[in-house]
Design a protein around this ligand. Structure first.
Ligand code: PMP
Length: 346
């Protein structure tokens, strides 16, 4: 094995089936992975099911999908690339950019896979603590230097849910020659997207969250023009299956489905926020999850016993005793709230 491989490990959450078995429960809800509880547009499922040429490799250009994404985002189709989720886009980026000792700046807490990829690439993690309300603040500029190859900005941020101001992102972009990666996995739940275009900016999005297609692994990114060719050379040749690409195209055609899901989730997010606020210190969220500090150490475990799976963020950098809960359907959120109130007696 390469010498950096042993440094990385992934701790998966428990599945509904495991929790049912372990605790002898009949009803379990999973509010741990920020999925859309309503699922994808039925038209996307239909498009996926109706594709049968499964013995033929996909067309590696993914032109139709890129055109649909361009229609949806307004981005230049020639600068759009696709990947097996944002995870796949990130992997390609690391393959291209990070040599041993190259510095990767991660404002923490943030998405754990950033840390894993940095370690696997033998890169050097440069950790910057977020400031008030988990906003990235001026302290990030002390971390930027000539060895900075990549700066990972999750906006809105997972797990905290806050969004950054456009000005700070602009300042960061201007203060480095490294690539600034803006992860907009949750952008559809936010009020605005940072409208940023520069030679060192990569913006990535996904069909896994608002579009409800997490299992199909479809991500995409807007690259600066000069970066398209190296990206295509380094990426896996067929990151997305054709039925998955067809499903994503149909999901964009039925954009109303996604927008309705987002509206329902946002309304529930605000209700959940108000309810949580009575019991814990919760961070306002622009995403489809809420983040709070637990007053007790074993909250995630106690909720599991009551059939509610949330994300215990204790193993995220800088998140001891913090919990992230995905906004589910009203009845799922009720089950979570009831269990929480029981455990915390609030
Ligand atoms: N970025 C962030 C911030 C995420 O939360 C996630 C998924 N949990 C991803 C990227 C990966 O998304 P995808 O399913 O598109 O690989």
């Amino acid at each position: 094995m390469r010498k950096c491989v042993e440094l990385s490990k992934y701790i998966p959450g428990k599945s509904i089936e495991e929790v049912k078995r372990e605790y002898g429960l009949e009803k379990v809800v999973k509010l741990a992975s920020n999925e859309n509880p309503y699922g994808p547009s039925p038209k996307a499922i239909e498009a996926f099911r109706s594709y049968s040429d499964l013995h033929i490799y996909p067309n590696p250009d993914y032109r139709e999908l890129r055109e649909k994404i361009s229609e949806y985002t307004g981005w230049d189709v020639e600068r759009i690339v696709v990947g097996a989720g944002i995870d796949g886009i990130l992997e390609t980026l690391f393959k291209i950019l990070i040599d041993e000792g190259d510095e990767v700046i991660i404002p923490i807490p943030s998405f754990p896979y950033y840390h894993i990829l940095t370690r696997l690439s033998c890169g050097k993690e440069v950790i910057v603590r977020r400031g008030k309300n988990y906003q990235i603040d001026e302290s990030i500029f002390e971390a930027i230097n000539k060895k900075t190859k990549l700066i990972l900005i999750c906006n809105p941020n997972n797990p905290t849910g806050n969004a950054e101001k456009a000005e700070i992102i602009e300042e960061i972009v201007q203060s480095t020659d490294g690539i600034v990666f803006i992860d907009e996995a949750y952008v559809e739940f936010s009020d605005f997207a940072v409208d940023m275009d520069a030679e060192n900016v990569v913006i990535a999005r996904t069909f896994s969250k608002a579009f409800g297609l997490a299992n199909l692994r479809i991500g995409y990114a807007l690259l600066p023009k000069w970066f398209v060719s190296p990206f295509k050379a380094a990426m896996t040749p067929f990151p997305i299956s054709t039925p998955a690409a067809r499903a994503a195209e149909a999901a964009i055609d039925d954009i109303e489905w996604m927008r309705k899901c987002v509206e329902k989730i946002k309304a529930e997010r605000e209700r959940l926020y108000r309810e949580l606020k009575r019991c814990v210190e919760v961070t306002p969220s622009k995403a489809n999850f809420l983040f709070f500090e637990s007053p007790v150490e074993n909250l995630a475990e106690e909720l599991l016993k009551r059939g509610v799976i949330v994300r215990d963020c204790s193993n995220f950098a800088g998140c001891k005793n913090h919990i992230r809960v995905t906004v589910g359907k009203p009845e799922e959120n009720d089950m979570f709230l009831q269990a929480l109130k029981e455990v915390l007696e609030c």
